[in-house]
Design a protein around this ligand. Structure first.
Ligand SMILES: Cc1cc2nc3c(=O)[nH]c(=O)nc-3n(C[C@H](O)[C@H](O)[C@H](O)COP(=O)(O)OP(=O)(O)OC[C@H]3O[C@@H](n4cnc5c(N)ncnc54)[C@H](O)[C@@H]3O)c2cc1C
Ligand code: SF4
Length: 503
């Protein structure tokens, strides 16, 4: 593996397959192709991180691991959205929740996108193989911490489905630090799982390189080129060029479309590159209990409820660095100090909505590779998220909370009983009332059986080229209803095996 300090001059290499992006999708694809005996080069713009590099302070951590320092926003509806820049991509800083896309949602995908072999039974062998490789398993009770178990108790009291989150974690210590990087190296992020396995299988990995263009002529891609990019500053270094028999793009939902557009509007006869952007908007509610909760202890996101999945939302427990959570506490001065002291007795839970009608698009910002992201939060979807906030309120009071902080504009800062919280049911919050963020995105290079309506086919090969594949979560034709990483990896694995059989 090469790191920034290794580059003393222009880089040139040649291989069977070049994979762009080492997030969950690119890392799986690189490993499967290398394991199948193909000569693979994996390129990543971010640097590798070791436990010594992780910052516990949320703002500092985001400044180093996230694109635009974690301050990337959508326009239209203004919402922060986070994408990582690191070896391992989002897996380095995510909560490791691995959910399989439910049957009903895959059936909707099949109908909407003319898919013939993307049912759950088609994906299960790939989910199974990845689960075995990464040790994906339900979070054990011993590391849940009170914050997560209270969520379970509340759901049980209401008779709502609940379950420990399955995660790609082995030997979790319940430190609640997933968001800033797992110092225990328990989380099986790609940098310590699939990427090293790809290297063992013969892949060459170049980090701190920014791909700027896909080389292509007619229906064939010939490789990629770009520049070395210094960690954290992006300062340009020497140029590089990798020639390959096939190109696999896994730069992520907001980056891959820009690469295609900069490369002569590649793979875009359908005019769908950069369109159909969808998010899982999410928001959180804090509840204060009579007894200490000590929420810093426990797996970051250890419990979830899929009870309302068909109604369009998922409920989860959550933890993030206190400095990040404190941003949404009301008040200032002594009042804020009291709220901060209350955090020892608090739990934070979140909800994400799988939107039916909200859509956006991504375009280049000037001449840079930074995206201009436009997204509109449809009122129907905002109402769904509002219903999810009401559901969280019910779980809190069923679990014994003395009050909640709903974080909804126009409502009191605190609601002290279930009766008081019923205002959330009577007047579901509107989009402008909610503090929303999103880390799950899809759709900008969507898979579609009809070449006129999508960018890639069911093997994730570009309709317009014979040897260009896109394997990141941009290929989802819609929301997967649950957290996206696992489904992205399953589709990437299937695609990589198909490509390996073709070259
Ligand atoms: C804080 C956070 C928590 C999350 N929690 C969960 C969770 O618990 N479960 C879940 O399922 N999902 C979660 N997600 C979402 C999940 O991480 C993403 O869906 C997933 O990482 C997408 O994988 P990917 O391979 O498509 O893209 P990414 O992970 O975004 O990887 C793309 C990679 O490509 C690199 N790249 C981009 N452009 C270039 C270029 N021009 N040249 C070279 N390299 C480039 C990027 O640096 C990046 O490393 C979370 C995300 C975040 C940010
Ligand atoms: S909760 Fe802590 S130990 Fe467990 S996976 Fe996350 S960071 Fe690692």
């Amino acid at each position: 593996m090469r790191v920034f300090a290794d580059y003393t001059g222009p880089v040139a290499d040649r291989c069977d397959v070049v994979v762009v992006g080492s997030g969950p999708c690119g890392a799986v694809a690189a490993y499967e192709l290398a394991a199948a005996g193909r000569d693979v080069v994996l390129l990543e713009e971010g640097p590798p991180f070791t436990p010594a590099d992780f910052e516990l302070d949320g703002a500092r951590s985001m400044a180093r691991t996230m694109r635009e320092g974690g301050l990337r926003f959508t326009s239209g509806y203004v919402m922060p959205t986070m994408q990582a820049i690191a070896l391992g991509g989002g897996s380095l800083v995510n909560s490791a929740i691995c959910g399989r896309c439910p049957d009903f949602r895959l059936a909707e995908w099949a109908e909407a996108a003319a898919l013939e072999r993307t049912a759950r039974s088609d994906l299960d062998p790939h989910y199974d193989a990845i689960a075995a490789f990464l040790g994906i398993a339900p979070t054990p009770d011993e590391v849940q911490g009170r914050r997560n178990l209270l969520f379970r108790d509340g759901c049980q009291a209401l008779g709502w489905d609940n379950e420990p989150c399955a995660r790609n974690v082995v030997g979790c210590r319940g430190s609640g630090e997933c968001f800033t990087g797992c110092r225990a190296r328990a989380k099986q992020s790609m940098d310590i799982s699939y990427v090293p396995a790809a290297i063992r299988a013969g892949a060459r990995v170049y980090t701190s390189v920014q791909v700027q263009r896909v080389l292509a002529a007619g229906r064939r891609a010939g490789g990629v080129e770009g520049r070395v990019a210094a960690p954290f500053t992006g300062a340009p270094g020497p140029s590089f060029r990798i020639e390959a028999k096939a190109v696999v793009l896994a730069a992520g939902v907001l980056a891959t479309p820009l690469l295609l557009r900069r490369s002569g509007d590649l793979a875009n006869r359908s005019k769908q590159v950069g369109e159909n952007l969808q998010f899982h908007p999410g928001t959180s509610v804090m509840g204060v209990f009579p007894e200490p909760v000590e929420p810093v202890f426990g797996a970051t996101q250890g419990y979830q409820s899929l009870h309302f999945l068909r109604e369009g939302f998922k409920l989860e427990t959550l933890w993030a660095p206190p400095g990040v959570l404190a941003v949404r506490l009301p008040g200032s001065g002594l009042e804020l100090e009291q709220k901060l002291l209350d955090m020892r007795r608090a739990a934070v839970w979140d909800c994400i909505a799988s939107c039916k009608r909200s859509r956006g698009r991504v375009r280049e910002r000037g001449r840079s590779l930074q995206p201009a992201v436009h997204w509109r939060f449809h009122p129907d979807d905002a109402r769904t998220l509002g219903r999810a906030v009401w559901a969280l309120a019910q779980i809190f009071f069923a679990a014994g909370a003395e009050r909640i902080l709903p974080g909804v504009a126009g409502l009191p800062d605190e609601l002290g009983s279930l009766e008081a919280a019923r205002v959330l049911e009577r007047q579901p919050p509107r989009a402008a009332d909610l503090v929303v963020a999103s880390t799950h995105a899809f759709g900008t290079t969507r898979m579609h059986g009809d070449p006129a309506r999508g960018v890639v086919d069911e093997d994730l090969k570009a309709h317009d080229l014979d040897n260009l594949y896109v394997v990141d979560t941009g290929v989802f034709p819609g929301s997967p209803a649950v957290n996206p990483m696992f489904t992205g990896m399953a589709l990437a694995r299937r695609s990589a095996l198909a490509l390996a059989a073709r070259i």
